[in-house]
Ligand binder design. Structure first.
Ligand SMILES: Cc1ncc(COP(=O)(O)O)c(C=O)c1O
Length: 371
């Protein structure tokens, strides 16, 4: 056994998730659908190779992710540089590496794509009116829908190819109607562009597909049905759907193995359980207590009591849960093993620096081993 904490990923679960999603979104056979994996969720070589073999495309956020995909032999044509925030030098570098699809949300970014990646395909990200998700993007990305129409016309005039409108309903989105709202808005963009003589080949309905943590999420089937029903209502039949999940492909394929470092009763009487994993070595998504993970201990079955759960660093913010009601066995002691379920997404990839000297989370892929 390696020393904890570490993340174990099950590639066969990722394959099953991919196939289930592909089946669900392509159920109405009349429409083309493509699945594009958001590499940032778990940029793990074995998973990228597996998804490439399954036929996925890849959403990449940086030159680092592009380099990783190309090093693995993934065709540059399968990549979309989907981060609207990028330096001109990085657009030029991506173009030199063969990337031919880019997302943007401002006129400035569009102009720089036209200059440094001429003739490529572009998706315009708009801010949809979707309800807030569990880990929302706020207004960091996306132009107004009307602006997206204007910018896609401008893209055509700059010699770029219009790939289509793009929205992301926020990560861990629990409300399936979010996609109906976004697809209806995208449909308006598609029809206005058609009136201007621009055929839109695809709508990118983003990621955000949820998984069940402590709180149950709607099933993949329900989300896919919301997407395909809305597409049938609001999009022409020859407009493809691009689905861009991260979490839904890898989240339930991972388990973090950790250890209790200590248990303490604070002066106010609250019980604190300190783990060897915290906000800075894998549990970043507990920020604002957005994601409530489920814990499994060897003492499950013993009486339980409320606990504040905290990480190991000497940092006051390294607390996972103090408002969320977490029940853990009252018998839990230093040295006990603890598993954190459904931690395949946004854990190891967030944990990249040795804050306080605690090393980044190591990753083990079942059937293979890697650091
Ligand atoms: C551009 C883009 N696409 C897709 C995703 C994947 O989102 P999720 O993991 O919620 O499916 C993200 C996540 O941040 C993203 O930034």
């Amino acid at each position: 056994m390696p020393e904890s904490p570490y993340l174990v990923l099950d590639p066969e679960q990722v394959r099953a998730n991919y196939r289930a999603l592909a089946d669900a979104v392509s159920a109405p056979r009349s429409r083309d659908t493509r699945i594009r994996y958001a590499v940032k969720a778990a940029p793990v070589d074995e998973l990228l190779t597996l998804l490439d073999t399954e036929g996925a495309e890849f959403d990449v956020a940086s030159i680092g992710e592009i380099d990783q995909c190309l090093r693995l032999g993934i065709d540059a044509g399968a990549l979309c540089y989907g981060n609207p925030i990028k330096k001109s030098a990085h657009i030029a570098r991506a173009f030199a590496l063969g990337v031919r699809r880019y997302a943007f949300d401002t006129e400035d970014d569009l102009a720089r794509i036209a200059e440094h990646a001429p003739g490529t395909e572009v998706e315009c990200r708009f801010l949809s009116a979707a309800p807030e998700s569990r880990t929302p993007f706020g207004t960091k990305f996306g132009c107004a829908p009307r602006e997206a129409t204007r910018l896609l016309v401008r893209a055509r005039d700059l010699g770029l190819t219009v790939a289509g409108p793009y929205f992301h309903v926020g990560s861990q989105q629990l409300d399936p109607t979010a996609w109906r709202i976004g697809i209806e808005q995208a449909g308006q963009i598609v029809s206005t562009l058609a009136d201007k003589g621009i055929r839109v080949p695809a709508v990118n309905v983003g990621g955000g597909l949820p998984i069940s943590y402590a709180e149950d999420a709607p099933s993949l089937g329900e989300i896919a049905a919301a997407m395909t029903d809305a597409a049938a209502r609001f999009l022409p039949e020859n407009t493809a759907l691009v689905v861009e999940p991260g979490r839904a492909l890898v989240g339930n394929a991972g388990t973090i193995h950790a250890e209790v470092v200590g248990v303490r009763f604070a002066p106010d009487g609250r019980r604190w359980v300190y783990l060897d994993i915290g906000r800075y070595n894998g549990m970043a998504e507990t920020e604002n207590e957005y994601i409530a993970y489920r814990f499994v201990t060897d003492r499950d079955g013993d009486p339980v009591g409320e606990a504040v759960v905290a990480g190991p660093t000497c940092d006051g913010d390294d607390v996972l849960y103090q408002r969320t009601r977490v029940l853990l066995p009252t018998t839990l002691r230093a040295g006990d093993r603890i598993q954190i379920l459904h931690t395949g997404a946004y854990t190891a990839s967030y944990s990249s620096v040795s804050f306080n000297g605690f090393p980044p989370l190591t990753v083990h892929v079942s059937g293979a081993e890697r650091e």
